[in-house]
Design a protein around this ligand. Structure first.
Ligand SMILES: Nc1ncnc2c1ncn2[C@@H]1O[C@H](COP(=O)(O)OP(=O)(O)OP(=O)(O)O)[C@@H](O)[C@H]1O
Ligand SMILES: [Mg+2]
Length: 498
């Protein structure tokens, strides 16, 4: 009997999945109403009926201009608006459609549930995390916790294989690469040491590489363009993805590709040509592995395990690469695209066993002494260092720099560089203080970082005791406005989503 109290959802770039815990504490995938264990993260807006199709029917169905793929890549970009039939959809709203399908259909099997743990890439920034929480709210799901995908996957491996020790989690999915170094102890406590990743590196890039090969081959033999619009491109990409998957098992595949003008070409793709085409991308993943081990202060010989997560780790060249770098045979649980959801379900019952770290640095801009010139320079002062165990609270005290400073303005930054140009200003707090004070009044800025990787900033003026607290607010479009979430939520409730 499934326990609907403990639900985990992997909201992926290519596929999404929902898992829950069985009564014996082991996790299981809950299929959707189409009988599939994983639901493609694709939405199709039908022109005839008021229905939003999500999943395989959306992916394989109609008009590409009415189909939304890979929306997760834009979760931190509220200006990425999808407009269909005059209606505008933000990435969070599109994601809410995917989550709604999972919630409705899986509830038929396990019963209605309110809460779930949802996974996000370790390097998802604050805005992308908030969009994910907003998407869930619109779908009627309360986010019990956001958890990083590699953490969830590690929990699954720890549960399944009883692995103990320093572990490298290599998660290569459809859209993102996440590399995490962590330590699992005998009690299955997981301590994250560091995460590195690339936001736009995954299976979709490999499909693009095949598309280029097909396009070039077609031009050579037929003398024209293989595709001239998005619809044709999508069709070829899908053929390319199929060929890619076959090449994980076979040495060569032949596809017939055609363009709108009736040109037809048979193109042969060997594993060798494919591996050559993706070699630069794989080299980048290798650099990130090295970077992660460096940040965690661990040498390869200290590693006890390498575990594989994400559909793209089925590519033999990916496994060979890891084997070459680490000298170990990477472990694969087989269902590499399900283990994040399974781990999220485990996490929903065992959250206290995880020690996570800050996924990036946070700081504030301030004038500091410049030893080179003897003057003052504007610098990003890091308050919370990347990889600080969380939840945490860190403070720094600054002095006002001018006499009669009436407004104290604290700019909140995200990033690890000391140069203001290389970090993002993600928020601002202003504090009004009395006039006629001399320079040098002390102000303490305290950052608290919660387990959902969300940051609160508190500014205290010592002299007056005045203080101000904010959870980081983004500038720009009012993306995640609470009332809009509620409005969209009640709209989605009435919508046919299948
Ligand atoms: N046998 C295979 N060989 C090669 N690639 C595969 C294979 N099976 C799946 N993939 C690729 O794996 C990717 C999907 O993996 P997965 O479902 O783990 O990603 P995701 O969770 O949706 O993405 P992300 O984690 O980046 O958000 C797709 O690009 C798919 O083409
Ligand atoms: Mg994934």
């Amino acid at each position: 009997m499934a326990n609907k109290q403990f639900v985990g959802i992997d909201l992926g770039t290519t596929t999404s999945g929902l898992a829950c815990l069985r009564a014996d504490g082991s996790p299981e995938i809950v299929p959707n109403a189409d009988g599939e264990r994983l639901t493609p993260s694709v939405v199709y807006f039908d022109p005839y009926e008021d229905v939003k199709l999500v999943g395989s029917s959306a992916r394989d169905g109609g008009d590409p201009s009415r189909t939304v793929f890979q929306i997760k890549r834009y979760m931190d970009d509220p200006t990425h608006i999808v407009e269909i039939d005059g209606a505008k959809w933000t990435p969070a709203e599109i994601s809410a459609l995917i989550l709604s399908k999972l919630k409705r259909e899986c509830s038929r099997i396990i019963g209605e549930f309110e809460e779930a743990v949802i996974t996000v890439p370790a390097n998802f920034n604050e805005l992308a995390r908030r969009s994910t929480i907003a998407a869930a709210a619109m779908a009627g799901i309360k986010v019990k916790r956001l958890v990083n995908e590699p953490t969830a996957a590690a929990l699954y491996y720890a549960h399944r294989d009883q692995i103990i020790g320093k572990t490298l989690v290599y998660d290569l999915g459809g859209g993102t690469l996440d590399i995490t170094v962590l330590e699992i102890d005998a009690q299955r406590n997981v301590k994250i040491l560091t995460s590195e990743g690339a936001r736009h590196l995954g299976g979709a890039n490999f499909d693009e590489a095949i598309l280029e090969i097909y396009g070039a081959e077609f031009k050579k033999t037929q003398g024209g363009e293989l595709f001239t619009n998005d619809g044709q491109k999508r069709r070829i990409l899908q053929l390319g993805e199929e060929a890619k998957k076959m090449l994980s098992k076979l040495q060569r595949v032949t596809e017939t590709v055609s363009n709108e003008g009736g040109g037809i070409a048979r193109v042969e793709l060997t594993r060798e040509i494919f591996e050559q085409a993706i070699s630069r991308l794989l080299a980048r993943t290798e650099m990130l592995v090295e970077q992660a081990l460096n940040s965690a202060n661990i040498s390869i010989s200290d590693l006890d395990h390498v575990v594989l997560v994400g559909g793209s780790t089925r590519i033999p060249a990916v496994r060979a690469l890891l084997e070459r770098i680490t000298g170990m045979t990477p472990r694969s649980c087989g269902n590499v695209d399900e283990c994040v959801a399974l781990g999220a379900a485990l996490f929903s019952a065992n959250a206290s066993n995880i020690q996570e770290v800050a996924n990036t640095g946070y700081g504030t801009l301030a004038l500091v002494d410049d030893p080179d010139t003897g003057g003052l320079v504007f610098q990003n002062c890091i308050v919370i260092e990347k990889d600080t165990p969380i939840p945490c609270e860190c403070s720094q005290t600054y002095c006002t720099s001018e006499d009669d400073e009436r407004i104290i303005e604290v700019e909140i930054t995200q990033g690890e560089d000391t140069h203001p140009r290389y970090v993002d200003v993600i928020g601002r707090i202003t504090l009004e203080v009395p006039p006629n004070r001399p320079a040098g009044c002390e102000v303490t800025v305290t950052y608290s970082y919660d387990e959902n990787q969300r940051v609160q900033v508190h500014v205290l003026d010592h002299d007056t005791g005045k203080s101000e607290k904010v959870t980081i607010q983004y500038r720009g479009a009012g993306v995640i406005d609470q009332r809009a979430i509620e409005r969209k939520g009640s709209y989605l409730k009435k919508l046919r989503i299948e």
